[in-house]
Design a protein around this ligand. Sequence first.
Ligand SMILES: C[S@@+](CC[C@H](N)C(=O)[O-])C[C@H]1O[C@@H](n2cnc3c(N)ncnc32)[C@H](O)[C@@H]1O
Length: 640
Amino acid sequence: MSTNDDDADAVVEDGWSENGNNNHGVIKAPTPGVVRQKLPRRTVLTIQRELERIARRHRRLLALDSTNTRDRKKILEPRHATTEFHGNYYRDQENVIENENENDDEDEHYASLFDEFARVVCYSKVIPRKELFEAWAMALYVHYYFPPSKEEDHHHYCDESDNENDDGDNTDTGNDNDDDNSNNGNGKSKVYYQRVADLASGHGLVSWAVLLLDQSRTRTAICIDKSIPKSTDIIEQVMTKYHPSVMYDDANHNQNQIGIEERPEKQQQTLIKKRWHYVEGDICRNVLADSTTLIVGVHCCGTLSDSILELAISSNAPLCLIPCCHTVKSLPLEQRQDDVIDSILQQNIEKNNDDHGNSNGSHLPLLPTTKTDYIDQYRIQQLIDAGYTVQEERIPSVITPKNRIIVATPRLLSLDQEDILRDDNGYDNISSGDSKIIDNVDEHNNENNDYTTKHITTATTKNHTSSTTESSKVFTIPLADNEWSRSIVASQLSGRIAARMRKRRKPQNLNLSLYLPHPDKSLPLKSLNNLATTIATEIQNQKSFQNNTTTTKAVDDARYNKVVLYPTIITSVEYGAKGAVYTHPDTGTYSRSFRIKYEINDPTGIHPEVTKEEAKVLHKEVCRRIPIEFPGITLRQGIR
Ligand SMILES: C[S@@+](CC[C@H](N)C(=O)[O-])C[C@H]1O[C@@H](n2cnc3c(N)ncnc32)[C@H](O)[C@@H]1O
C-alpha cells in the first residue's frame, strides 16, 4: 500500500467499508465546507479558463495523457481527497500549473470550492472520475446563467468594462442582448430561479454542485430519474454531513438527526426542511413542469433530451441541457432516414465551402455538417421559435467529448405564466384548480385517475415515447417553485420508500360465496376476517411466504430503521356485490358472497406485496376451514 493509501485509510477509519457503504454513519470529516460571504465575479471566460485549468491540474486522474480512457471512469476514492483535492491548489508540487500568471485571487476561491466539493465526492466512493468534472462544469454554467438571486447574479456587480470580455467565446444563437443579463430580454426585470430540477439526474451530482455554488443558500433542487441509484443515498449522506447548510434551511440543524441514524417519526419533519429531494419517476409521463423552475439535464440520452426540451417549452421554463447519444429519432419524421440526413449534411458541407471556402470574410454562420450538430441545431431552432434566447456553451472536451450545453432563457412570458411566478417575498398564487392534483397524488394507487390531463405540461409524446410501466402514469411530480409543490414533493413523492410504495402491486382480492343457514343472519364479517387472519398468520409462520425476497431486502434496507423482517399479512373482509341469491338444493340454505383482501402490513413499501399465488394458498385454506369453524355454513364457490 502506498503512503497515499495509508493516509486515506487513516482519514476514513470507522467510516466506510470497502464496498462504499457507510457502516456506522460515522465519517471522519475532510476539511469541512467553508461558507464564504461572497464569491468573486465570474464570466463565461473565467469559467472556461477555470475548467481547463482544473482538467490540466488533474490530468493524471483524468488520464489525459493516456490512451486508456477507461481510467477516467474509475471510481474516485477517499485517497484522492488528500492527493488531488487537498485545497492547496497553487502549492501542488506534483501537478505543474502551466501558466502561473493566471493564478489570480478570484480563481483561487472557486478552485477551493471545487476542492471542497470534490473531497466530499471522493468520500462517497461511488462516482466515476470524469463525472465529478462534468457535474462541476455544468453547475458553473447553471449558476452563471441562472443565478438564484440578485446577490448571486454576477451581472449585478459587473462593471461595463468587464462586459467587454464577458461573452467572448460563447455563441449567441438567439438574440442580441446577451451583454445585458439584467432583464429577461423583454424589458421586464430579471426573473431569478431558485428552484432547479435536475432531470434524468442519475447520481444527482449536478444538483449538489449547483446547491453548493449558491452561497446565499436560497436554492432548492429536485432530482428526477426513472430509477434512484443507490449512490444517491451515499452522496446525500456525505453532502449533508459535510455541508449541512447546503441541505437544510436551518444552518443550525442538529447533524445528529440527519441520515441513517434518523428515526422514522422524525423523518417526515426533516424531509420538509430539506433543500434537496430525489423523486423516482418518468420524465416523459410524470413531470409537471413550471415556468418558475429551471430545468437541467445532463447527458440525456437520445430522445430523452427532446422530451426535456418539450417540457421546458410547454411550460416556458428556462433550460440548461447537455444532450447525448444523438439519434435521428429526434428529427421530424421526414428526416429520420439515414440517406435523407446524409444528403442534407452533404449539401451543408458544399454550402459552407461556397460561403467560407475562399475567404475569411463571410459572416454567414456555418451550417451543421454532422448528425450531432444537425440534431442539436434543430433543437435550438425549436427553442428560438418558442421565443427563447439560446446560447451554446462547451465544456472543455478533455473533460467530456459530449460537451455542448444548450442554455435557453425564456423571453416572453404570457400573463397567466406571470401570475404563477413567485413574487419577491416568496411563493404565491396557487390557483384553486391546482388543488385537484393533491387529491390525485394521494390516490396514486388508482390507475383510472388520469390527472395528467389537467394543468399539465408533461413532456408528452409528440414524437417520443417512453417504455415505462403503467404504474408510473398515475402520479404527477410538480416542479413549480411554490410551497405547495415543494411540500408535495417532500412529503409524498420523494425518496426510495415512496417510490416503492408507488410501484408496489395492489393487494389481492379474492371472492367466495357461502351458503348461510338464514338469509338475514349472515356470517359476521369480523368472524370471517378473524379466521382469515389466523390462517394467514399460521401459514406465514411456516415461513414459506415472503422469505427469499424479504430477507435480502430487509438487510439491504436496514438503514431505514423501519424494517420488519417478516411483515405480517393482514386481511380484510367485505360483502361481495349483491347478485342473485342461490338456494342449496339439499339444505335450503341461502348464498351470500364475500371478498377477502390479503395484503402486507408494511407502511414502508419496502416489502413486496402478497402475490396472487400466495393469496390463493391462503384463500384455499380459508375456504376449507369455513365449514369446520362455522358449522352449518357451506362453501358454494371459492377455491377447493
Ligand atoms: C446517461 S445518464 C445521465 C445521468 C446524469 N444526468 C449524469 O450526467 O450523470 C441518463 C439517465 O437518464 C435516466 N432516464 C432514462 N430515461 C428516463 C426517463 N424516461 N425518465 C427519467 N429518467 C430517465 C436513466 O435512468 C439515467 O440515470
